[in-house]
Design a protein around this ligand. Structure first.
Ligand SMILES: *Cc1c(COP(=O)(O)O)cnc(C)c1O
Length: 371
């Protein structure tokens, strides 16, 4: 008898908050409170506070948050932006959408994050910014990267779409560089009921610029001062996000506890994980395990009802969408190895000990049956 272990449990994210949330949304619907309402302002203020940043501007998605960050910095054709080969499509697509050129560096093999050592050699006279990705819920060691950016006068954008509340040395992901970009896609640790995103920054000028750029370039009604997008945080999504934000810190703690429990239950098996750093709070957006038998382990887990998945089987430089940049297999060997050797075990804040046992028992049976 195999019970399923799922990756998401949305009812558990609402609990007793559902009825008041539905009532508030109902009132908005009847009053016509739809666009850039008080609910949007209030979520922006609360999220900025949570991150510890001065300003938050809500957007339609995390992808748009990245595009708006680049636009607000005036980055475009002729400019280069450095990021990593092992990230989600949107990090790199955003660079391409503003007309700039993405320059990739490889991943670091232990943390599965950007290899900072490769950044400086990638800097040219055209480099304008670095996008660091806090991947899978683990915060990049930003100190070194910020020093490098300062030395070369580069902007730093953080893609914190997977790392709401992740910290290193007590500082939150998204609050190290010039702008932090977040996604509230339903899969993320803080999940809207549809697409939503935000930027955070301490820079008033950038925040104001992004407010203009997300709203059709308007500085006031009928006055379009810049070529803006239409990418505002939806008012209903702001309500959903506000209802959940107060639980996020606890959920992140639960994620850490579940991950620690799994790691101890999997002790002795030929698996590795993102290497821990000192003074960090990982938020385990995805619980990555690495093994050379990845595909066989994945099939074994899935056939036993364990909702394991692979993120991301094809690194950026081998994606068809980016063929024009001329990257080829072998260019970023660590990203390629991670793409073939990592999988995500299901991990939810509300996972109980039985579910952890089922997942870990299934992994153990795979290795013990094959050894
Ligand atoms: C989810 C994600 C994005 C994009 O966010 P959307 O809200 O889906 O547009 C960008 N970067 C990373 C690393 C992500 O995980």
């Amino acid at each position: 008898m195999n019970m399923k272990v799922n990756r998401y449990n949305y009812p558990s994210q609402f609990g007793n908050d559902l009825q008041p949330l539905l009532r508030a949304i109902g009132e908005d619907l009847l009053k016509g409170h739809y666009i850039l309402t008080e609910a949007v302002d209030s979520f922006e203020t609360a999220f900025a506070d949570y991150i510890g940043a001065k300003y938050c501007v809500g957007t339609n998605s995390g992808t748009d948050a990245l595009i708006l960050a680049l636009l607000a910095m005036g980055i475009g054709p002729g400019d280069e932006v450095i990021t990593q080969a092992n990230t989600f499509y949107a990090t790199v697509a955003a660079i391409c959408f503003v007309g700039a050129t993405p320059v990739l560096v490889d991943a670091e093999p232990h943390a599965y994050l950007m290899d900072i050592e490769q950044v400086e050699p990638a800097i040219t006279a055209r480099t304008k910014a670095i996008i660091a990705v806090h991947l899978f819920g683990k915060c990049m060691p930003m100190k070194k990267l910020l020093a490098l950016a300062e030395k070369h006068q580069l902007r730093v954008i953080e893609d914190a779409a997977q790392s709401h509340g992740a910290r290193i040395d007590g500082r939150a992901a998204g609050h190290f560089g010039d702008i932090g970009c977040f996604s509230f896609h339903p899969s993320k640790n803080l999940a809207a009921a549809g697409d939503a995103g935000a930027i955070v920054t301490d820079d008033l000028h950038l925040a104001e610029q992004i407010k203009v750029l997300r709203a059709l370039g308007q500085s006031g009604q009928n006055r379009h001062v810049a070529l803006g997008m239409n990418s505002k945080l939806d008012a209903i999504q702001a309500r959903v996000l506000s209802a959940k934000l107060g639980h996020l810190e606890h959920w992140n703690e639960q994620r850490r506890a579940v991950a620690a429990h799994c790691i101890s239950r999997l002790d002795g098996l030929p698996l590795s994980y993102q290497a821990p750093a000192e003074h960090e709070d990982h938020v385990y957006h995805l619980f990555q395990v690495r093994t050379e038998q990845r595909d066989a382990l994945l099939a074994h887990l899935q056939s036993n009802g364990i909702d394991a998945v692979v993120r991301y089987p094809t690194p950026i430089h081998l994606q068809e969408a980016f063929a024009a940049y001329g990257w080829k297999a072998g260019d970023f060997p660590v990203a390629e190895a991670l793409a073939t050797q990592t999988l995500c075990l299901p991990l939810r804040p509300d996972m109980d000990a039985d579910e952890v046992d089922r997942v870990c028992g299934c992994v153990r049976a795979f290795f013990e049956g094959h050894s």
